[in-house]
Write a protein of this length. Structure first.
Length: 376
């Protein structure tokens, strides 16, 4: 391919050089530019693995605190602190977790990082480094890959995380596997196991908006009309495409004495059940106290969705469920409100066994741990 002429093109993440255009095209590079030997709007199968890695390195270039040796060698070398290393990994598979027609590459890249950061947050740890393994089908074009990594870079920049390596492969469909390493002081990690009967159950933020966004994005156009352009429609779609990792909030909960914690990825009820199972306890939830997203009310009116059901079972909110004593709840709620403008809602209590839901009239029923299950 070396005989092909070059042409520069722009994307949202820099200016790149492709092999179309004049043979003597001058090349330059600024802080937001890269010169990458890749073809504009051509499938990735037209390039070698080394050419793709070269382009990815330029997208991810910049300051990397704690990185001794990053992308380009057989393995990365990083500096670690005196505490414990916390590791997590997650995978997003096309057709299972996302559809390209429903999400931009930038948002998908951002989300691929964020869902891992949320797991690190749930341990009350601080994320430091990430690796990304990417499988690409032969119809994927270069600008899509560039924007995917741009979204990853933006998510990492928000929390001073460095992408230090990964792998590339051809495949029948896109798969994005991210591993994040974090750090926590010895003995200070918060686990799912640790909840005690009598403790309060709390949750950050609001629930159900991400599931509402998914319902809205997949509803038939004849039903949605101009709904996606409304304020509430945009908020629901944003919640689904760009979740927030509650890293600082988790550390606030830990300082307030949280005994157990988990992030809401597969649904509030399902993830609460998981926390209880690991702790060997049960839980009773007061449905009237559940912090249902305000943006679900118009969705219910327009599409008939049940806001409480979405809040309980929808998933992908990436809020935090934690258990604390009463004084800890007060302390955490005040600090979260002051530092992050994030509400903390007490929604129930840890009991000896069972998963229960009490309605506004005090009637108690079994709470089914429904939610996302890859194999269910």
């Amino acid at each position: 391919m070396s005989e092909m002429p070059w042409r520069r093109f722009s994307t949202g993440y820099g200016t790149f050089c492709s092999r179309r255009g004049g043979p003597n095209q001058p090349t330059t590079r600024t802080a937001r530019e890269g010169i990458v030997p890749l073809l504009y709007a051509h499938p990735v199968g037209a390039f070698s693995e080394d050419e793709l890695i070269s382009g990815i390195r330029r997208v991810l270039s910049g300051d990397s605190p704690g990185v001794v040796l990053g992308i380009g060698d057989d393995a990365a070398v990083v500096e670690t602190g005196p505490g414990r290393l916390v590791l997590t990994t997650d995978i997003l598979v096309e057709g299972v977790h996302f559809a390209r027609r429903e999400v931009s590459a930038t948002d998908l890249g951002h989300k691929a990082i964020t869902v891992n950061l949320s797991d690190i947050a749930a341990m009350a740890a601080s994320p430091r480094f990430a690796t990304v393994s990417l499988a690409l089908s032969d119809d994927v074009e270069l600008p899509w890959v560039v924007e995917l990594y741009g979204g990853m870079r933006d998510a990492c920049s928000e929390h001073a995380v460095s992408i230090v390596g990964g792998d590339l492969s051809a495949a029948g469909q896109i798969a994005i596997s991210v591993t994040v390493a974090g750090e926590v002081a010895e003995g200070r990690e918060i686990r799912r196991a640790g909840a005690i009967p009598g403790e309060r159950i709390v949750v950050t933020g609001a629930l159900g908006a991400a599931a509402g966004g998914l319902r809205l994005s997949r509803a038939h156009p004849s039903k949605t009309g101009g709904l996606v352009g409304t304020d509430w429609g945009r908020e629901l779609l944003r919640a689904q495409a760009r979740p927030t990792a509650r890293i600082g909030e988790a550390q606030t909960l830990a300082r307030a004495g949280a005994t157990a914690m988990i992030d809401v990825s597969d649904g509030f009820a399902r993830d609460l059940w998981r926390l209880c199972a690991e702790s060997g306890v049960g839980a009773r939830i007061e449905l009237a106290k559940l912090p249902v997203s305000e943006w679900l009310a118009p969705l219910a009116e327009e599409l008939g969705e049940d806001p409480v059901d979405l809040a309980l079972h929808g998933g992908e909110d990436y809020e935090l469920i934690a258990t604390l004593d009463e004084k800890g709840v007060e302390r955490a709620a005040a600090e979260l409100r002051e530092r992050f403008a994030v509400p903390l809602t007490q929604v129930g209590e840890i009991i000896d066994h069972g998963l229960e839901a009490a309605d506004a009239h005090g009637r108690v029923t079994e709470l089914q741990p429904k939610g996302w299950d890859h194999f269910g």
